[in-house]
Structures are given as structure tokens and as C-alpha cells.
Design a protein around this ligand. Structure first.
Ligand SMILES: Cc1cc2nc3c(=O)[nH]c(=O)nc-3n(C[C@H](O)[C@H](O)[C@H](O)COP(=O)(O)OP(=O)(O)OC[C@H]3O[C@@H](n4cnc5c(N)ncnc54)[C@H](O)[C@@H]3O)c2cc1C
Length: 289
């Protein structure tokens, strides 16, 4: 049993029955084979910065991708550069790599915590950038354990979502960036990071934006105007800095987090007639068996 509160940025979450940390592709294949043979359900986990795991934990296995983290340049073609990244590489490391080499395309993703796999699964983005825009192909392991490359255009990406199905693993990706100047890339990254630091409570435990932006407006603005900043249940608080961030003030639990989501969604619905949709992924069971 491994407490998932140790592996999520919110520091919330009951225990996983099985916790696996593959060192490389062979050990991942082995783990997958054993889980399938024993009929044990499983989920992939990157840095746990976009999920809320319920207090009853995970019935089954959590496979942590953090050890698969290589990034390398593959080739150059005209003004483009092609890079291979493992799914467990930190997005921040990939952004830094592009910054150091003067490759453009990832600037808006600067400051987003988590792994490349997690970012691809939720099509992470900010400031008009989305990770799908630089993806060429994905190396995937399907539910049967078969590894293959899939073209990014064949995967249905949308706003903060992808067509990656539960129990499919993203192993790595080929991405395409544009050659630029290191100073120009650094300048854009610096501006985005500054904006993020000013607008988000990045120093407190959170999972980023709790709700998706409804068409044409921002969830943070609606929550703010509905008077939700500072609303608290147990030790979960709607941040005073950004109303779409809920922060763990100490020893928060998932039940209180979900109750607070319900409370503020109701306020927004009553005030604006808009139903908010969760951006964070909520996994696990309410109570352990
Ligand atoms: C302070 C803060 C700021 C943030 N700002 C932003 C932002 O600006 N924009 C934004 O989009 N997000 C933002 N986020 C949310 C989050 O950081 C991103 O969504 C991030 O890309 C998630 O990566 P992760 O590795 O933590 O994913 P996890 O939370 O570990 O997993 C998320 C989902 O991806 C799946 N997954 C993870 N790895 C794999 C894999 N290898 N194969 C298959 N499935 C996998 C998991 O099963 C889960 O369903 C922010 C979060 C915080 C805490």
C-alpha cells in the first residue's frame, strides 16, 4: 500500500494497493504483463499535478512513469527540429531543453508542472499554446501490451483532453519545434512565467485549474464574480489569488475538495446559468474496501 498523497501536488489521496515504478521499457512490459495476467486494474501516473485521488485510494495498481525521462534530438529538416522525449520526462525539462537550443513551440507551456505523458493525456496548455500543436507521433502501449507508434493527427485532441483511453500508456513522443534564437525563446518564456507567478498561487499545494473554461469566458472569472474566493470546506480553500485554484491548507481530504467543487459550481450555476466542467481528473474510490 502506498499513500497517493505522497505522489500528488495536492498532497491528497488514499493509498494505492500496488505501486509500480518501472525503470525502463522492459520492466514496464513485465509489470503490464503481470497486471493483465492477474486481472488487476491500473492507471498511469506522471507527477500527479492534474488529479484528485479520492480518500479510499486506488483499487489496483498505479504505474509511475517518472523514471522514463530521456530527451534527445532526432534530426533537422529545413527550419524544423525533431525531438524524442520519454513520457516521464518533466515538461519543464523539455521546455528548458528547447530554450537552451533556441527551439520555438513550447514557450506557453513554461511553468506547467508535471510530465510530458500527463501533459499529452490532458492536452495541457496556456497562453494559446497546447502540447498537441508540437506532437508528430506518440509511442503507445495498448491494453494488450502491444507497443506501436501512432500519428498525433489520429488521436482526438480537444480542449484539455485527448483520445488516450484508460489503461493505454503513452511511452514517448516525437515532437517538432521550429528553429529560432535562444534569446527570443527565453524572452517569451520569461514573460509567460512572470504572468503565471503573478496570477497563480504556485507556492501552495494545488492541482492547477479545477474547472475548464466554458466557451467564451473563464471559469476563474465566473467563480470570482460569484464570490467564491476564500470559500473553505475543511482544509480546502478557494485561493484568494485565483478562484479556479483550490489549495490544501494543511491536511485536506478529497471528500472536502469534491464538496467545495459542488458548492462553488452551484453558486456559478445560480448566478450565471453556466454548468462548470471539471478539468482535474478525479480517480479512486470513496472508501477503501
Ligand atoms: C501550479 C499548477 C499550475 C498548472 N498550470 C497549468 C496550465 O497552465 N495549463 C495546464 O494545462 N495545466 C496546468 N496544470 C495542471 C497539470 O500540471 C498539467 O495538466 C500536467 O501536464 C499534468 O501532468 P502530470 O504528469 O502531473 O499528470 P498526472 O496528474 O500524473 O496525470 C494526469 C492524467 O494523465 C494520465 N497519464 C499520466 N502519464 C501518463 C502516461 N505516461 N500514459 C498514459 N496516461 C498518463 C494519468 O492517468 C491522468 O489521467 C497546473 C498544475 C499546477 C499544480
Amino acid at each position: 500500500m502506498e499513500p497517493m498523497s505522497n505522489h500528488t501536488s495536492l498532497r491528497i489521496g488514499g493509498a494505492a494497493e500496488i505501486f509500480a515504478l518501472p525503470r525502463d521499457l522492459d520492466s514496464l512490459k513485465n509489470i503490464h504483463l503481470n497486471l493483465k495476467k492477474s486481472n488487476i486494474p491500473y492507471i498511469a501516473l506522471g507527477s500527479g499535478t492534474n488529479i484528485l485521488i479520492r480518500d479510499g485510494g486506488i483499487a489496483g495498481a498505479v504505474v509511475l512513469f517518472r523514471s522514463l525521462k530521456k530527451i534527445e534530438t532526432l534530426r533537422e529538416e529545413d527550419e524544423f527540429i525533431f525531438i524524442h522525449t520519454d513520457a516521464g520526462a518533466l515538461l519543464a525539462k523539455l521546455v528548458r531543453f528547447s530554450q537552451e537550443h533556441g527551439f520555438s513551440g513550447l514557450e506557453g507551456l513554461a511553468g506547467i508542472p508535471g510530465t510530458v505523458g500527463g501533459a499529452i493525456c490532458g492536452n495541457s496548455g496556456a497562453f494559446g499554446y497546447e502540447i498537441k500543436d508540437v506532437l508528430v507521433a506518440l509511442e503507445m502501449m495498448d491494453r494488450e501490451g502491444i507497443v506501436s507508434w501512432r500519428r498525433a493527427e489520429d488521436i482526438a485532441f480537444g480542449y484539455r483532453k485527448s483520445g488516450i483511453r484508460p489503461e493505454e500508456f503513452i511511452l514517448g513522443a516525437e515532437i517538432r519545434l521550429k528553429k529560432d534564437h535562444a534569446e527570443a525563446v527565453s524572452k517569451r518564456i520569461g514573460e509567460f512565467l512572470r504572468t503565471k507567478r503573478e496570477r497563480q498561487p504556485i507556492w501552495e499545494p494545488s492541482a492547477g485549474c479545477v474547472f475548464k473554461n466554458p466557451p467564451g469566458t473563464s471559469a476563474g472569472k465566473l467563480l470570482d464574480e460569484a464570490g467564491c474566493k476564500g470559500a473553505t470546506i475543511g482544509e480546502v480553500e478557494v485561493s484568494e489569488v485565483h478562484a479556479n485554484f483550490f489549495v490544501n491548507k494543511g491536511n485536506a481530504n478529497a471528500l472536502d475538495f469534491i464538496r467545495l467543487m459542488e458548492l462553488v459550481s452551484l453558486r456559478v450555476e445560480k448566478r450565471f446559468g453556466i454548468l462548470l466542467e471539471a478539468e482535474i481528473k478525479i480517480l479512486g474510490r470513496e472508501i477503501a474496501d
